[in-house]
Design a protein around this ligand. Structure first.
Ligand SMILES: Nc1ncnc2c1ncn2[C@@H]1O[C@H](COP(=O)(O)OP(=O)(O)O)[C@@H](O)[C@H]1O
Ligand SMILES: [Mg+2]
Length: 228
């Protein structure tokens, strides 16, 4: 069993799209893979309770059979920072509950792909960030770089902050529309500046990693071998 945490240079940079692409690829290769959205803010009320789009996408990409609450233990209606949404709801995000939900999925899957909220240092409460929690769990991280103006600094800041807490397993460039000017040059530049392996590009309009997606599969196979 392996767990991979998907973070991004910002909110809206393609974490959900990439997490779903990785789930599809892992499942195509015969791995039993599940998505996990520990904390979501921004949700619709339904007769079954609050439902967040990211969690629904991860649930669909996990192949069915999972309950919504198993994939998304904390869900808040307002589309604001999670710790503020929790505070407004009079709830404290308890990382032990997050751990228990992850362990429940991990017990039954080869791979759990965890999608954070926003970027790496989004707060969970007054003192802790998502990154602190992921660091305590020592999960490997993949960084999604949404290609747009400003992404080079955001990517390098994220790489440094991830390395302080855990290990960056790889990074993925996501060609967000509208296409960034000189986007290929930005990717080449980041490949030189980021020591961790480049796992490939998601092209605009695509929902799969392009050819160099083999880097993820190699990571997955190595991770599974190291487990046994
Ligand atoms: N490669 C892409 N091509 C086209 N649209 C994209 C691409 N990546 C992301 N998007 C769109 O941008 C928005 C944000 O992507 P999403 O995966 O939800 O980001 P995050 O999970 O980081 O908030 C979504 O509407 C998504 O469909
Ligand atoms: Mg998302």
């Amino acid at each position: 069993m392996s767990t991979l945490f998907v973070t991004g240079t910002d909110t809206g940079v393609g974490k959900t799209r990439v997490a779903c692409a990785l789930l599809h690829r892992a499942r195509q290769r015969g791995f039993k893979a599940a998505g996990f959205k520990p904390v979501a803010s921004g949700a619709e009320g339904t007769p079954e309770g609050l439902r967040n789009d990211d969690a629904l996408a991860l649930l669909a990409a996990s192949g069915g059979g999972l309950a919504y609450d198993a994939v998304n233990p904390y869900c808040f209606a307002p589309p604001i920072a999670p710790h503020l949404a929790a505070r407004a709801a009079g709830v404290r995000i308890d990382t032990r509950r997050l751990d228990a939900a992850q362990e429940h999925l991990a017990a039954d899957h080869d791979l759990v792909i965890v999608e954070g909220a926003g970027g790496w240092l989004v707060p969970l409460d007054e003192s802790e960030t998502f990154g602190d929690w992921v660091g305590r769990r020592a999960w490997p991280v993949v960084l999604v770089v949404g290609l747009r103006l400003g992404c080079i600094s955001h990517a390098l800041l994220s790489v440094e902050a991830i390395a302080r807490r855990t290990r960056l397993a790889g990074w993925i460039a996501n060609r967000l529309p509208p296409a960034q000017e000189r986007g290929d040059e930005v990717v080449r530049d980041l490949r030189r500046r980021i020591a961790a392996p480049f796992w490939g590009i998601v092209e605009a309009g695509a929902d799969e990693l392009c050819a160099d997606g083999e880097a993820f599969e190699k990571w997955l196979e190595d991770a599974q071998l190291n487990e046994t």
